[in-house]
Design a protein around this ligand. Structure first.
Ligand code: ZN
Length: 459
Protein backbone atom coordinates (compact mmCIF):
# COMPACT_ATOMS: atom_id res chain seq x y z
CA UNK A 1 0.00 0.00 0.00
CA UNK A 2 2.76 2.38 1.02
CA UNK A 3 4.59 1.71 -2.25
CA UNK A 4 1.39 2.25 -4.15
CA UNK A 5 0.91 5.67 -2.53
CA UNK A 6 4.54 6.54 -3.18
CA UNK A 7 4.11 5.53 -6.79
CA UNK A 8 0.98 7.69 -7.08
CA UNK A 9 2.79 10.67 -5.57
CA UNK A 10 5.65 10.20 -8.03
CA UNK A 11 3.25 9.99 -10.97
CA UNK A 12 1.35 13.08 -9.78
CA UNK A 13 4.61 14.97 -9.47
CA UNK A 14 5.55 13.95 -12.99
CA UNK A 15 2.21 14.88 -14.49
CA UNK A 16 1.61 18.01 -12.47
CA UNK A 17 2.86 21.05 -14.28
CA UNK A 18 2.85 24.71 -13.48
CA UNK A 19 0.21 27.08 -14.78
CA UNK A 20 1.83 29.02 -17.60
CA UNK A 21 1.42 32.69 -16.80
CA UNK A 22 1.45 35.31 -19.54
CA UNK A 23 1.47 38.14 -17.02
CA UNK A 24 2.21 41.50 -18.63
CA UNK A 25 2.43 39.90 -22.07
CA UNK A 26 1.10 42.35 -24.60
CA UNK A 27 -0.78 41.41 -27.74
CA UNK A 28 -0.45 43.44 -30.91
CA UNK A 29 -2.58 43.35 -34.03
CA UNK A 30 -0.09 43.57 -36.87
CA UNK A 31 -1.14 44.37 -40.43
CA UNK A 32 1.25 43.61 -43.31
CA UNK A 33 0.31 45.96 -46.14
CA UNK A 34 2.91 45.09 -48.78
CA UNK A 35 4.72 41.97 -50.02
CA UNK A 36 7.82 43.28 -48.28
CA UNK A 37 5.90 43.47 -44.98
CA UNK A 38 4.81 39.85 -45.45
CA UNK A 39 8.41 38.83 -46.04
CA UNK A 40 9.60 40.67 -42.91
CA UNK A 41 6.84 39.18 -40.79
CA UNK A 42 7.64 35.68 -42.02
CA UNK A 43 11.26 36.20 -40.98
CA UNK A 44 10.19 37.47 -37.57
CA UNK A 45 7.88 34.48 -37.09
CA UNK A 46 10.67 32.07 -38.01
CA UNK A 47 12.88 33.50 -35.25
CA UNK A 48 10.26 32.40 -32.68
CA UNK A 49 10.96 35.35 -30.39
CA UNK A 50 7.28 36.21 -30.26
CA UNK A 51 4.15 34.10 -30.19
CA UNK A 52 2.09 34.35 -33.36
CA UNK A 53 -1.54 33.49 -32.64
CA UNK A 54 -2.18 32.21 -36.09
CA UNK A 55 -0.40 30.65 -39.03
CA UNK A 56 -0.05 32.00 -42.52
CA UNK A 57 0.81 35.64 -43.03
CA UNK A 58 -0.83 37.38 -45.94
CA UNK A 59 -1.10 40.90 -47.24
CA UNK A 60 -3.94 42.92 -45.70
CA UNK A 61 -4.78 40.29 -43.08
CA UNK A 62 -4.26 41.09 -39.41
CA UNK A 63 -2.12 38.78 -37.35
CA UNK A 64 -2.06 38.80 -33.54
CA UNK A 65 1.38 38.63 -31.97
CA UNK A 66 2.00 38.15 -28.24
CA UNK A 67 5.13 39.71 -26.79
CA UNK A 68 6.81 39.02 -23.43
CA UNK A 69 7.48 42.11 -21.26
CA UNK A 70 11.28 42.12 -21.74
CA UNK A 71 10.90 42.12 -25.53
CA UNK A 72 8.26 44.81 -25.91
CA UNK A 73 10.55 47.78 -26.50
CA UNK A 74 12.54 45.98 -29.17
CA UNK A 75 9.30 44.75 -30.77
CA UNK A 76 7.75 48.20 -30.98
CA UNK A 77 10.95 49.79 -32.31
CA UNK A 78 11.43 47.07 -34.93
CA UNK A 79 7.92 47.40 -36.32
CA UNK A 80 7.93 51.17 -36.23
CA UNK A 81 11.30 51.22 -38.10
CA UNK A 82 9.96 48.74 -40.65
CA UNK A 83 6.84 50.87 -41.17
CA UNK A 84 4.51 48.01 -40.30
CA UNK A 85 1.35 48.83 -38.37
CA UNK A 86 1.35 47.12 -34.96
CA UNK A 87 -1.61 48.17 -32.84
CA UNK A 88 -1.66 47.26 -29.14
CA UNK A 89 -4.90 45.35 -28.49
CA UNK A 90 -4.27 43.54 -25.20
CA UNK A 91 -2.29 45.36 -22.51
CA UNK A 92 -1.88 42.37 -20.19
CA UNK A 93 -2.85 38.91 -21.43
CA UNK A 94 -3.28 37.45 -17.93
CA UNK A 95 -5.56 40.23 -16.73
CA UNK A 96 -7.76 39.94 -19.84
CA UNK A 97 -7.77 36.16 -19.41
CA UNK A 98 -9.02 36.64 -15.84
CA UNK A 99 -11.87 38.80 -17.10
CA UNK A 100 -12.72 36.06 -19.58
CA UNK A 101 -12.70 33.41 -16.86
CA UNK A 102 -14.87 35.48 -14.53
CA UNK A 103 -18.22 34.17 -13.41
CA UNK A 104 -21.31 36.15 -12.37
CA UNK A 105 -21.28 36.80 -8.63
CA UNK A 106 -24.82 35.60 -8.12
CA UNK A 107 -25.47 32.46 -10.01
CA UNK A 108 -27.44 29.32 -9.43
CA UNK A 109 -25.69 26.12 -8.41
CA UNK A 110 -27.99 24.23 -10.77
CA UNK A 111 -26.25 23.72 -14.10
CA UNK A 112 -29.68 23.80 -15.80
CA UNK A 113 -29.72 27.54 -15.13
CA UNK A 114 -26.61 28.20 -17.23
CA UNK A 115 -27.25 31.46 -19.06
CA UNK A 116 -24.27 31.78 -21.43
CA UNK A 117 -22.76 34.49 -19.22
CA UNK A 118 -19.51 32.62 -18.54
CA UNK A 119 -17.40 29.91 -20.17
CA UNK A 120 -18.17 26.45 -18.82
CA UNK A 121 -15.43 23.96 -17.95
CA UNK A 122 -15.52 20.52 -19.59
CA UNK A 123 -17.04 19.03 -16.44
CA UNK A 124 -19.80 21.63 -16.49
CA UNK A 125 -20.50 21.14 -20.19
CA UNK A 126 -20.86 17.40 -19.68
CA UNK A 127 -23.08 17.88 -16.62
CA UNK A 128 -25.18 20.36 -18.61
CA UNK A 129 -25.53 17.87 -21.48
CA UNK A 130 -26.59 15.12 -19.07
CA UNK A 131 -29.22 17.45 -17.59
CA UNK A 132 -30.53 18.36 -21.06
CA UNK A 133 -30.80 14.69 -22.03
CA UNK A 134 -32.68 14.03 -18.77
CA UNK A 135 -35.08 16.89 -19.45
CA UNK A 136 -35.81 15.77 -23.03
CA UNK A 137 -35.67 11.98 -22.80
CA UNK A 138 -37.77 11.43 -25.95
CA UNK A 139 -35.66 13.68 -28.15
CA UNK A 140 -32.13 14.00 -26.80
CA UNK A 141 -29.49 11.52 -25.72
CA UNK A 142 -25.84 11.74 -24.80
CA UNK A 143 -23.37 9.69 -26.84
CA UNK A 144 -19.71 9.01 -26.25
CA UNK A 145 -17.71 8.38 -29.40
CA UNK A 146 -14.44 7.44 -27.76
CA UNK A 147 -11.87 8.22 -25.12
CA UNK A 148 -8.74 10.36 -25.17
CA UNK A 149 -5.12 9.73 -24.20
CA UNK A 150 -5.93 11.11 -20.72
CA UNK A 151 -8.96 8.85 -20.55
CA UNK A 152 -11.69 11.45 -20.98
CA UNK A 153 -14.86 10.73 -22.93
CA UNK A 154 -15.62 12.59 -26.14
CA UNK A 155 -19.29 13.31 -25.61
CA UNK A 156 -21.98 14.65 -27.87
CA UNK A 157 -25.70 15.22 -27.76
CA UNK A 158 -27.97 13.64 -30.35
CA UNK A 159 -31.20 15.51 -31.06
CA UNK A 160 -33.76 13.45 -32.93
CA UNK A 161 -37.23 15.00 -33.03
CA UNK A 162 -38.88 12.70 -35.56
CA UNK A 163 -37.30 9.35 -34.76
CA UNK A 164 -37.87 7.83 -38.18
CA UNK A 165 -35.72 5.27 -40.00
CA UNK A 166 -33.45 6.44 -42.86
CA UNK A 167 -33.03 9.82 -41.25
CA UNK A 168 -30.82 12.61 -42.56
CA UNK A 169 -28.01 13.40 -40.15
CA UNK A 170 -25.94 16.49 -39.41
CA UNK A 171 -22.71 16.85 -37.43
CA UNK A 172 -21.46 19.86 -35.52
CA UNK A 173 -18.10 19.90 -33.75
CA UNK A 174 -16.37 22.45 -31.55
CA UNK A 175 -13.13 22.91 -29.61
CA UNK A 176 -11.09 20.67 -31.87
CA UNK A 177 -8.65 23.46 -31.00
CA UNK A 178 -8.58 23.71 -27.22
CA UNK A 179 -8.21 27.47 -26.72
CA UNK A 180 -11.18 28.41 -28.92
CA UNK A 181 -13.56 28.66 -25.97
CA UNK A 182 -16.34 30.45 -27.81
CA UNK A 183 -17.07 27.29 -29.83
CA UNK A 184 -18.58 25.09 -27.06
CA UNK A 185 -20.44 28.17 -25.82
CA UNK A 186 -21.99 28.42 -29.30
CA UNK A 187 -22.79 24.73 -29.66
CA UNK A 188 -24.52 24.43 -26.28
CA UNK A 189 -26.71 27.39 -27.34
CA UNK A 190 -27.57 25.65 -30.61
CA UNK A 191 -28.51 22.51 -28.64
CA UNK A 192 -30.77 24.58 -26.41
CA UNK A 193 -32.40 26.34 -29.40
CA UNK A 194 -32.93 23.09 -31.29
CA UNK A 195 -34.83 21.79 -28.26
CA UNK A 196 -36.66 24.88 -27.06
CA UNK A 197 -36.96 27.60 -29.69
CA UNK A 198 -40.35 28.43 -31.18
CA UNK A 199 -38.87 30.24 -34.16
CA UNK A 200 -40.23 28.48 -37.28
CA UNK A 201 -36.84 28.57 -39.06
CA UNK A 202 -35.05 27.06 -36.08
CA UNK A 203 -37.79 24.43 -35.72
CA UNK A 204 -37.46 23.39 -39.36
CA UNK A 205 -33.70 23.07 -39.10
CA UNK A 206 -33.93 21.22 -35.77
CA UNK A 207 -36.56 18.76 -36.96
CA UNK A 208 -35.44 18.07 -40.54
CA UNK A 209 -32.13 16.70 -39.40
CA UNK A 210 -30.97 14.33 -36.68
CA UNK A 211 -28.26 16.49 -35.11
CA UNK A 212 -25.12 15.11 -33.52
CA UNK A 213 -23.49 17.98 -31.66
CA UNK A 214 -20.05 17.65 -30.05
CA UNK A 215 -19.24 20.85 -28.12
CA UNK A 216 -15.72 19.67 -27.17
CA UNK A 217 -13.97 17.26 -29.54
CA UNK A 218 -10.59 17.83 -27.85
CA UNK A 219 -11.43 17.32 -24.15
CA UNK A 220 -7.82 16.91 -22.91
CA UNK A 221 -6.69 20.08 -24.62
CA UNK A 222 -9.76 22.01 -23.50
CA UNK A 223 -9.16 21.07 -19.85
CA UNK A 224 -5.47 21.94 -20.22
CA UNK A 225 -6.37 25.39 -21.56
CA UNK A 226 -8.22 25.99 -18.25
CA UNK A 227 -5.74 24.41 -15.85
CA UNK A 228 -2.29 24.89 -17.34
CA UNK A 229 -1.96 26.99 -20.45
CA UNK A 230 -4.69 29.32 -21.73
CA UNK A 231 -3.05 29.34 -25.19
CA UNK A 232 -3.11 25.54 -25.65
CA UNK A 233 -4.36 24.48 -29.11
CA UNK A 234 -3.50 20.81 -29.70
CA UNK A 235 -4.52 17.58 -27.96
CA UNK A 236 -2.35 16.18 -25.13
CA UNK A 237 -0.76 13.16 -26.76
CA UNK A 238 2.78 12.91 -25.34
CA UNK A 239 3.93 10.13 -27.66
CA UNK A 240 6.06 12.55 -29.71
CA UNK A 241 7.54 14.46 -26.76
CA UNK A 242 10.91 16.00 -27.52
CA UNK A 243 13.13 18.99 -26.85
CA UNK A 244 11.91 22.14 -28.56
CA UNK A 245 15.06 24.18 -27.90
CA UNK A 246 15.80 24.41 -31.62
CA UNK A 247 12.51 26.27 -32.13
CA UNK A 248 12.95 28.42 -29.04
CA UNK A 249 9.63 27.26 -27.60
CA UNK A 250 8.96 25.32 -24.36
CA UNK A 251 9.36 21.53 -24.63
CA UNK A 252 5.74 21.10 -23.55
CA UNK A 253 4.78 22.32 -27.02
CA UNK A 254 5.69 18.85 -28.34
CA UNK A 255 3.09 17.17 -26.10
CA UNK A 256 0.23 17.37 -28.54
CA UNK A 257 -1.00 17.00 -32.09
CA UNK A 258 -3.00 19.58 -34.04
CA UNK A 259 -6.21 17.59 -34.51
CA UNK A 260 -7.31 19.83 -37.35
CA UNK A 261 -4.29 18.64 -39.35
CA UNK A 262 -4.61 14.96 -38.44
CA UNK A 263 -7.54 13.83 -40.60
CA UNK A 264 -6.57 11.45 -43.34
CA UNK A 265 -7.40 13.48 -46.42
CA UNK A 266 -4.32 14.87 -48.21
CA UNK A 267 -2.67 14.51 -44.80
CA UNK A 268 0.37 16.77 -44.26
CA UNK A 269 0.58 18.12 -47.80
CA UNK A 270 0.28 21.84 -47.03
CA UNK A 271 -0.11 24.13 -43.99
CA UNK A 272 0.97 21.41 -41.56
CA UNK A 273 4.22 20.23 -39.98
CA UNK A 274 5.93 17.00 -38.97
CA UNK A 275 7.76 18.78 -36.17
CA UNK A 276 6.08 17.97 -32.81
CA UNK A 277 7.15 21.42 -31.54
CA UNK A 278 4.96 23.11 -34.14
CA UNK A 279 1.46 24.42 -33.37
CA UNK A 280 0.35 22.67 -36.57
CA UNK A 281 2.03 19.30 -35.92
CA UNK A 282 0.04 16.87 -38.07
CA UNK A 283 0.84 13.79 -35.94
CA UNK A 284 2.64 10.54 -36.72
CA UNK A 285 0.24 9.80 -39.57
CA UNK A 286 -3.27 10.45 -40.84
CA UNK A 287 -5.73 9.51 -38.07
CA UNK A 288 -2.91 8.76 -35.64
CA UNK A 289 -5.02 10.48 -32.95
CA UNK A 290 -7.90 9.03 -30.94
CA UNK A 291 -10.05 12.14 -31.31
CA UNK A 292 -9.92 12.50 -35.11
CA UNK A 293 -10.37 8.75 -35.52
CA UNK A 294 -13.38 8.77 -33.18
CA UNK A 295 -15.09 11.51 -35.21
CA UNK A 296 -14.40 9.78 -38.53
CA UNK A 297 -15.55 6.36 -37.26
CA UNK A 298 -18.74 7.85 -35.91
CA UNK A 299 -19.55 9.56 -39.21
CA UNK A 300 -18.85 6.41 -41.20
CA UNK A 301 -21.10 4.46 -38.86
CA UNK A 302 -23.93 6.95 -39.44
CA UNK A 303 -23.39 6.73 -43.17
CA UNK A 304 -23.72 2.97 -43.13
CA UNK A 305 -27.32 3.27 -41.95
CA UNK A 306 -28.46 6.66 -43.23
CA UNK A 307 -27.19 9.77 -44.94
CA UNK A 308 -25.14 12.59 -43.48
CA UNK A 309 -26.04 15.93 -45.09
CA UNK A 310 -24.14 18.43 -42.93
CA UNK A 311 -20.73 18.76 -41.33
CA UNK A 312 -20.19 22.06 -39.54
CA UNK A 313 -16.90 22.77 -37.80
CA UNK A 314 -16.62 25.64 -35.29
CA UNK A 315 -13.36 27.50 -34.69
CA UNK A 316 -12.26 30.97 -33.72
CA UNK A 317 -11.34 33.67 -34.49
CA UNK A 318 -11.40 36.09 -37.51
CA UNK A 319 -15.10 35.97 -38.57
CA UNK A 320 -14.91 33.74 -41.61
CA UNK A 321 -17.05 31.07 -43.13
CA UNK A 322 -14.81 28.60 -44.91
CA UNK A 323 -15.94 26.40 -47.76
CA UNK A 324 -13.84 23.31 -48.68
CA UNK A 325 -11.24 22.54 -49.84
CA UNK A 326 -8.59 24.35 -47.81
CA UNK A 327 -5.69 23.49 -50.13
CA UNK A 328 -7.27 24.97 -53.27
CA UNK A 329 -7.43 28.58 -54.39
CA UNK A 330 -8.59 30.53 -57.44
CA UNK A 331 -10.29 28.46 -60.12
CA UNK A 332 -9.13 25.22 -58.44
CA UNK A 333 -11.86 25.63 -55.81
CA UNK A 334 -14.12 23.99 -58.39
CA UNK A 335 -12.48 20.67 -57.49
CA UNK A 336 -15.43 20.52 -55.10
CA UNK A 337 -18.28 19.63 -57.44
CA UNK A 338 -20.93 21.67 -55.58
CA UNK A 339 -18.63 24.57 -54.67
CA UNK A 340 -21.06 27.05 -56.30
CA UNK A 341 -23.91 25.87 -54.08
CA UNK A 342 -21.74 25.84 -50.95
CA UNK A 343 -20.53 29.35 -51.67
CA UNK A 344 -24.03 30.67 -52.25
CA UNK A 345 -25.42 28.98 -49.12
CA UNK A 346 -22.55 30.47 -47.10
CA UNK A 347 -22.90 33.99 -48.52
CA UNK A 348 -26.66 34.08 -48.00
CA UNK A 349 -26.25 32.70 -44.48
CA UNK A 350 -23.59 35.23 -43.58
CA UNK A 351 -25.77 38.10 -44.87
CA UNK A 352 -28.38 37.11 -42.31
CA UNK A 353 -25.70 36.62 -39.65
CA UNK A 354 -24.35 40.13 -40.24
CA UNK A 355 -27.85 41.63 -40.19
CA UNK A 356 -28.32 40.71 -36.50
CA UNK A 357 -25.49 42.65 -34.85
CA UNK A 358 -23.63 44.09 -37.80
CA UNK A 359 -20.78 41.57 -37.52
CA UNK A 360 -19.04 41.19 -40.89
CA UNK A 361 -18.02 37.70 -42.06
CA UNK A 362 -15.96 36.80 -45.12
CA UNK A 363 -16.78 33.70 -47.16
CA UNK A 364 -14.35 31.63 -49.21
CA UNK A 365 -11.86 28.80 -49.45
CA UNK A 366 -9.16 28.85 -46.77
CA UNK A 367 -6.25 29.20 -49.21
CA UNK A 368 -7.97 32.25 -50.71
CA UNK A 369 -8.97 34.12 -47.56
CA UNK A 370 -6.88 32.60 -44.74
CA UNK A 371 -4.06 30.18 -45.63
CA UNK A 372 -3.76 26.77 -47.29
CA UNK A 373 -4.33 23.83 -44.97
CA UNK A 374 -4.51 20.04 -45.31
CA UNK A 375 -5.73 17.27 -43.03
CA UNK A 376 -8.52 19.31 -41.44
CA UNK A 377 -11.71 17.71 -40.17
CA UNK A 378 -14.00 19.59 -42.49
CA UNK A 379 -11.87 18.90 -45.59
CA UNK A 380 -11.96 15.20 -44.74
CA UNK A 381 -15.74 15.46 -44.27
CA UNK A 382 -15.97 16.65 -47.87
CA UNK A 383 -13.19 14.76 -49.63
CA UNK A 384 -13.06 11.63 -47.48
CA UNK A 385 -16.63 11.17 -46.22
CA UNK A 386 -18.26 12.88 -49.24
CA UNK A 387 -20.71 14.83 -47.10
CA UNK A 388 -22.65 17.25 -49.37
CA UNK A 389 -22.80 20.37 -47.15
CA UNK A 390 -19.59 21.14 -45.31
CA UNK A 391 -18.68 24.47 -43.70
CA UNK A 392 -16.29 25.83 -41.11
CA UNK A 393 -17.01 28.86 -38.92
CA UNK A 394 -14.20 31.05 -37.62
CA UNK A 395 -16.26 32.90 -35.00
CA UNK A 396 -15.74 36.30 -33.34
CA UNK A 397 -13.78 38.49 -33.25
CA UNK A 398 -11.32 40.22 -35.64
CA UNK A 399 -8.43 40.18 -33.17
CA UNK A 400 -9.40 42.72 -30.49
CA UNK A 401 -9.64 39.88 -27.97
CA UNK A 402 -9.11 36.85 -30.17
CA UNK A 403 -9.17 33.71 -28.02
CA UNK A 404 -9.93 35.87 -24.97
CA UNK A 405 -13.37 36.93 -26.24
CA UNK A 406 -15.19 38.33 -23.16
CA UNK A 407 -18.25 36.46 -21.86
CA UNK A 408 -20.56 39.38 -22.68
CA UNK A 409 -20.04 38.58 -26.37
CA UNK A 410 -21.19 34.96 -26.07
CA UNK A 411 -24.91 35.69 -26.47
CA UNK A 412 -24.66 38.18 -29.37
CA UNK A 413 -22.30 35.74 -31.09
CA UNK A 414 -24.76 32.88 -30.58
CA UNK A 415 -27.74 34.89 -31.78
CA UNK A 416 -26.08 35.88 -35.02
CA UNK A 417 -24.71 32.37 -35.67
CA UNK A 418 -28.20 30.91 -35.22
CA UNK A 419 -29.64 33.42 -37.71
CA UNK A 420 -26.93 32.46 -40.19
CA UNK A 421 -27.54 28.73 -39.76
CA UNK A 422 -31.29 29.00 -40.22
CA UNK A 423 -30.80 30.91 -43.46
CA UNK A 424 -28.19 28.41 -44.68
CA UNK A 425 -30.61 25.56 -44.11
CA UNK A 426 -33.43 27.48 -45.82
CA UNK A 427 -31.27 28.05 -48.92
CA UNK A 428 -29.97 24.45 -48.91
CA UNK A 429 -33.57 23.25 -48.77
CA UNK A 430 -34.59 25.51 -51.65
CA UNK A 431 -31.71 24.03 -53.67
CA UNK A 432 -33.08 20.56 -53.07
CA UNK A 433 -30.46 19.26 -50.66
CA UNK A 434 -33.02 18.18 -48.13
CA UNK A 435 -35.81 15.97 -49.41
CA UNK A 436 -37.46 14.80 -46.23
CA UNK A 437 -36.50 11.78 -44.23
CA UNK A 438 -36.41 9.60 -47.35
CA UNK A 439 -32.89 10.79 -47.98
CA UNK A 440 -30.89 13.46 -49.66
CA UNK A 441 -31.44 14.50 -53.24
CA UNK A 442 -28.64 16.48 -54.76
CA UNK A 443 -29.11 19.40 -57.10
CA UNK A 444 -27.76 17.50 -60.08
CA UNK A 445 -30.16 14.61 -59.51
CA UNK A 446 -32.98 17.14 -59.33
CA UNK A 447 -31.90 18.74 -62.61
CA UNK A 448 -31.75 15.28 -64.19
CA UNK A 449 -35.27 14.46 -63.07
CA UNK A 450 -36.60 17.79 -64.37
CA UNK A 451 -34.85 17.20 -67.72
CA UNK A 452 -36.28 13.69 -68.04
CA UNK A 453 -39.77 14.98 -67.22
CA UNK A 454 -39.31 17.80 -69.76
CA UNK A 455 -38.15 15.39 -72.48
CA UNK A 456 -41.01 12.99 -71.75
CA UNK A 457 -43.64 15.73 -71.90
CA UNK A 458 -42.34 16.92 -75.29
CA UNK A 459 -42.80 13.48 -76.84
ZN1 ZN B 1 -9.25 26.38 -34.76
Amino acid sequence: MFLKILFLIAITALVKSEYVSYKNHKVYKVTPETDKHVEILNDVENEHSYMFWDQGIRKGRNVNVMVAPEKQRAFEKFFSDAGIKAELVIQDFERTAEVQRARPLTRSENIRDYAWDYYMTLEEIYAWMDAVAEDYPDVARVVSIGTTVENRQIKGLVIDHKRVPNATHGIMEGALHAREWITPATLTWIIRDFLESNDPGVRTMAEDIVWHIFPVTNPDGYVYSFTDNRMWRKNRNRANSTSCAQLNVPDDMSNGVDLNRNFDFLWNTVGASLNPCSEVFAGAGGFSELESRAIANYIQQLQSSGSVLYYLGYHSFTQLMLVPYSHTAGADVLEVDNYGDLFEIAVRGMEKLTARHNTPYTVGASADILYPVSGSGFDWAKGGAKIPLVFLFELRDLGEYGFLLPPDQIIPNNEEVMDGLVEMHRIARSMGYYRGSAGVLSNSVLVMIISVVAVLSFK
